[in-house]
Structure formats: structure tokens, C-alpha cells
Design a protein around this ligand. Sequence first.
Ligand code: BG6
Ligand code: MG
Length: 215
Amino acid sequence: MIKAVIFDLDGVLVTTDDLHFEAWKKLGAEIGIHNFTKEDNVRQRGIGRMESLEILLEKTDTVYSEEEKIALAEKKNNYYKASLESLSQKDVLPGALEFLAFLKEHSYPTALGSASKNAPLILEKTGLFDKIDAIACGLDVTRSKPDPQVFLVAADKLGVAYENCLVVEDSDAGIEAAKKGGMYALAVGAVKNNPDADFSADDLSTLDYSILNAD
Ligand code: BG6
Ligand code: MG
């Protein structure tokens, strides 16, 4: 029985997944990687910053030291943060505000379960901060999705049993993490056909809310 909903952020609530892509592409071009594609970027979804960097670096033979990698990831984050400056409520994805309002009206607690360390900033800028009951993000965890840690922290913050949580995700790593955590999984967007998800939707605007009544 579903009693609470945990949302991924980038690509589920906010359009920031494209901004991540642009920032990685820009960094890639600077280090001679000119063939970084949207498909490569889909694999970066849901996973942490350093793990995402490794996916970019698969496209070069250059070997970077740990220190250099940290500097590269920081550079990408600076590009990404610059692109977040103009972020506002207009960047909230279709159906997200309506679904959050429905959940509040029907007394379902809500949480964020995002790998991003920029999550609090993004929630503030888009006006979502006060619409979500608890936040678990990259600042709270040591292990990246597909490890379930961020969702378990989110459920613990809400005080809801894992088996009663529904996770909304747009990444394969996130769906895997939700299932490993013993939770229900709703796949949206690019991964809507993920066979491990319990439910799917193109986006939150086309979601059939009756999934909340699943056993
Ligand atoms: C996830 C994104 O939400 O956050 C990933 O899907 C990203 O692509 C990860 O790498 C970490 O984000 P940040 O903002 O801490 O670099
Ligand atoms: Mg995502």
C-alpha cells in the first residue's frame, strides 16, 4: 500500500536534466571530447557527479589523476550552476505542481530523493521547497543510485516504512535503487519502458493517480 511519494528531482520535477547535459558537453569540448551524445547523458541520469564524469571520460584515452578529476567535476558544476541562475517556476515539469497539490490534499507525505548536491538551491529557485515535506539529496548520502541509500534516507525522514513508499524516477539507476529499497517505482520520461518499474507515465501530467491505490 502506498502511503508516501519520493520524487527524483532532475528530469522528474524540474527540466534541469538538459542543463546537466549542456554543462557536461561544454566540459567535454574543452578536453577534446566532441562526440558526447544525449544517449551518453541518459546513462548519467540519477548517478552522482564523479560517477557521471567517468561516463564522459569513457570517450577519451587521456588518463586523469584523482585530483584532476575533482577539478574537472568542479568545473562542470560551475558551468551547471551558472545555467541555474535563470531557473524559476517556469522550469517545473508538466504535471508536477498538480500532482504535489493532489498528494497534499489527500494527506500523502512527500520527499525528495535526489543525487544532486544542488537540490536545495534548485528547489528554492523553482518554488518547490515549501511544497515537499522532506529532502534527501547528494549532501545526505555516501552511495550513489542504484544504491537505495538516498530513498531510504528520504523514507526515514518521513517516518514511513520503505514498503509503503512510491519512488518517481526518470533514470534506470533510480528504478533499480527504488526496487532494491523495497519500494514501488514509477518510471517517467526516457525510462518509462523500464521493465522493473511497477508503473509508468510519459510525464506527471498524464499520470493516472489511481496507481496510488495499488496493493
Ligand atoms: C542527478 C542527475 O539528479 O544528480 C545526475 O540525474 C547528476 O545526472 C547528479 O550527475 C548529481 O548532481 P550534482 O548537481 O550534485 O552535480
Ligand atoms: Mg533524474
